[in-house]
Write a protein that binds this ligand. Structure first.
Ligand code: SF4
Length: 470
């Protein structure tokens, strides 16, 4: 938050509702602000990697939030290491962040001879991967989107101000009217003179199709297409592509609900609620720990025995990544008396990892890698399993196929990727291991992925590391 002469950063681990309260919000005064809720992709879940990232510049300071994930992290780290002045040498700082975002912030802050806006035009063309950025100095709010526009970013207008957000739903919530998307390859600057736009790269649109399948809120529109309607249409198409005789269509709540409604509508099979979701437990596939994910499923869903007993069920879900959720679900539904369980998935098999901000899994962990659909169905314990086709999914989004990234389904990545060894989530932690201990969380080392998962699930602020915080 900037009051025009100073930036104050308030950040912590956990859900927004755990981090902010009336008192902390009341302490933030100013007329420009950026905010961010992150789950870890490059860089583990530690306080240092929470966003916004912050850097001092010769002109003042810079705070930056990033949605997405970069693929040339090693290259950027080398560029940061060349910057003059120790304060910019990210990996050597005692409180250094170990995520890709901090490298961009360091590069933007590292050219004392140029303004932030001029620096952005030099630096952003060198950044590869998915990035929807919001950043600010004391006087100006900036927004930028990668040339592929992989993650969404939209511009809205308030009566007396501007809003940039990941999703149009955020504009609705704060009462802003939607103006337009930030274009792929565009840099926007907003200050007391209004909004100005420039281009740092040619647009080569490849929006993430998985936003339509699962990621985005249903009340959001991306590239003019409402996400909820896309999901309902995926369900309709799935019913036509993969019909089955059954008594009841149920959804895996809540992300499977629109597709289940579409499936029921197109198949003529009644739709009902067969599972109750515990609203206080987060999304399962993004918790990095296997142990926690398995626990998470039981915490998350409970079957409605009275509704499903004796019925032949169609269970509609948006995706299968590792298969743990669906395996536990089939077991639960059978124990609750379901006569048959037919699983229908409103996206194609996920066979490839995502390097652009979705921490699915490694290829080896993906259940669809190396197994036929029948085999997957058998391992899940289902009576049958079908997925929508890639074309069916894409047609439901109403976007031209060549303007969508669908790499996790077909392996066609929208840009060249560096050596796999340079793409690891903990790449930057690994880099600093030689000369320096990685940051500690509540007195424990951060090397194990289990800790990562516990951290994600528990969230919330601990005070143990308070003295090390900048
Ligand atoms: S690989 Fe999949 S999840 Fe990742 S950006 Fe592409 S479509 Fe989206």
């Amino acid at each position: 938050m900037s009051n025009g002469s100073q930036i104050l950063v308030f950040k912590d681990m956990g859900l927004v509702s755990q981090v902010f309260d009336e008192a902390s919000l009341g302490s933030l005064h100013g007329h420009i602000a950026v905010g961010h809720a992150r789950y870890s992709t490059t860089g583990s879940s530690v306080w240092e990697n929470a966003q916004p990232t912050f850097r001092a510049t010769v002109h003042g300071s810079l705070a930056l939030g990033h949605n997405g994930n970069l693929v040339n992290t090693a290259e950027l780290a080398a560029m940061v290491a060349e910057l003059p002045g120790e304060e910019h040498v990210s990996r050597s700082g005692r409180n250094a962040a170990t995520n890709d975002t901090d490298l961009v912030t360091a590069l933007l802050a590292g050219h004392p001879d140029l303004s932030i806006e001029e620096t952005a035009k030099v630096v952003l063309p060198k950044v590869k991967g998915a990035f929807s950025l919001v950043f600010m100095d004391e006087h100006t709010l900036y927004a930028a989107r990668d040339p592929q526009g992989i993650r969404p970013l939209v511009l809205g207008r308030l009566e007396r101000g501007w809003v940039v957000a990941s999703e149009t739903a955020a504009l609705d919530i704060c009462g802003a009217s939607f103006i337009r998307e930030v274009e792929p390859g565009e840099l926007i600057a907003i200050d007391e003179n209004g909004m100005r736009s420039s281009r740092f790269a040619e647009a080569k649109p490849k929006g993430c199709v998985f936003e339509y399948v699962y990621l985005a809120r249903p009340d959001t529109s991306i590239a003019g297409r409402n996400v909820h309607l896309s999901r309902v249409e995926m369900g309709r198409r799935l019913a036509k592509e993969a019909p089955v005789e059954a008594d009841l269509v149920i959804a895996t709540p809540e992300s499977g609900t629109p597709a289940a409604i579409g499936y029921a509508e197109a198949s003529g099979i009644p739709y009902g609620s067969g599972l109750v979701k515990n609203a206080y437990v987060g999304r399962t596939f993004i918790q990095p720990s296997q142990t926690i994910r398995q626990l998470g499923i039981r915490l998350k869903l409970n079957p409605l025995r009275e509704v499903i007993a004796g019925k032949r069920l169609v269970v509609v879900d948006d995706s299968i990544v590792r298969g743990n959720t669906q395996r536990a679900l089939v077991k639960m539904l059978r124990e609750a008396g379901a006569a048959e369980v037919h699983i229908r998935i409103s996206s194609p098999p996920v066979k490839w990892p995502c390097f652009f901000g979705i921490d699915f899994a490694t290829r080896a962990e993906l259940i669809a890698n190396g197994m036929t659909i029948e085999e997957i169905g058998r391992t899940l314990g289902a009576d049958s399993l079908s997925y929508i086709s890639i074309d069916g999914m894409i047609e439901a989004t109403k976007q031209p196929k060549d303007r969508l990234c669908r790499a996790c389904f077909d392996g066609e990545y929208p840009m060249e990727l560096p050596d796999p060894a340079l793409l690891g989530k903990l790449l930057l932690e690994a880099e600093i291991k030689g000369g320096q201990q990685p940051p500690a969380v509540r007195g424990k080392p951060t090397s194990g992925s289990d800790l990562d998962g516990v951290q994600s699930l528990l969230g919330g602020a601990g005070a143990a590391d308070a003295l090390r915080r900048p």
